[in-house]
Design a binder for this molecule. Structure first.
Ligand code: SF4
Length: 240
């Protein structure tokens, strides 16, 4: 196993060198699994980037651990896609991670339809806390972020010091475009979420996702008209 770069041992100069040396997603993933072994997990949302990254990961580590933050509020098309991915990649360890509270318990404690009144808190309970718990067992995590998804993501590198979760965050397809993603899906005939064919480029929970309202912005159907743009997994939303 290669010398480990961790949140605690991070050095800017060494990280910059490393980021310059890792070019393709395959190189990034080989470095990541070679460095962290079982101490790394991919948090996958099974969007278009997610199916691409699952395929790329399976070529480097066919038994990799992949977690899906199952808020219990996803579209049926998303759950159907996950079943298809489990069939196509039977060795990948795809795990459904549930929040501590059921929807009924959440409604009893914090009110019905929390996603309407306080979406940041709802995301915190159903996505962020469960991810925090999962990341306690590892030193690094993989994400399918791309720079051109949003201004908040435009400064990310392939290997990052993640201040939010105090872990190393690895983004193998950070410099891919939306076109690159679909070229790969078509080339390898990957299954994908059928909602993509209905003008849903970015897909989250059913309660908070509508078809894209601005064709130039793939994330414009997420929390549309609310001013919220991120669930908080990739930016710190606390206090917002
Ligand atoms: S995306 Fe919406 S429904 Fe899903 S956890 Fe966040 S606020 Fe709740």
């Amino acid at each position: 196993m290669e010398n480990q770069l961790t949140f605690e041992t991070w050095e800017n100069e060494a990280a910059e060198k490393l980021n310059k040396s890792l070019i393709t997603p395959g190189e990034v993933l080989k470095w990541a699994y070679g460095t962290y072994g079982n101490d790394i997990v991919y948090a996958c949302s099974f969007g278009a980037e997610g199916v691409v990254l699952c395929d790329l990961i399976s070529k480097v580590n066919e038994r990799a651990e992949i977690i899906f933050l199952d808020t219990e509020l996803h579209f049926k098309e998303t759950y159907e896609l996950i079943d298809k991915m489990k069939e196509r990649y039977p060795l990948l360890n795809i795990k459904m991670v549930k929040p501590a509270l059921t929807l009924e318990e959440q409604a009893a404690q914090f009110g019905e339809e929390l996603w309407k009144g306080n979406p940041n808190f709802c995301c915190s309970l159903r996505k962020i806390k469960p991810l925090e718990t999962e990341l306690q067992h590892v030193k690094a995590w993989i994400s399918g972020l791309r720079r051109d998804q949003s201004p908040a993501r435009s400064k990310l590198e392939k290997v990052n010091r993640d201040e939010r979760f105090k872990r190393i965050k690895v983004c193998p397809i950070i410099d891919w475009t939306w076109e690159d993603i679909w070229t790969y899906i078509t080339l390898y005939e990957l299954p994908y979420n059928l909602l993509h064919d209905k003008n849903y480029p970015s897909i989250g929970c059913e309660k908070c996702t509508v078809p894209a309202v601005n064709q130039a912005d793939t994330r414009s159907g997420r929390w549309a008209q609310t001013g919220k743009t991120e669930c908080g997994l990739h930016v710190n939303m606390e206090g917002k």
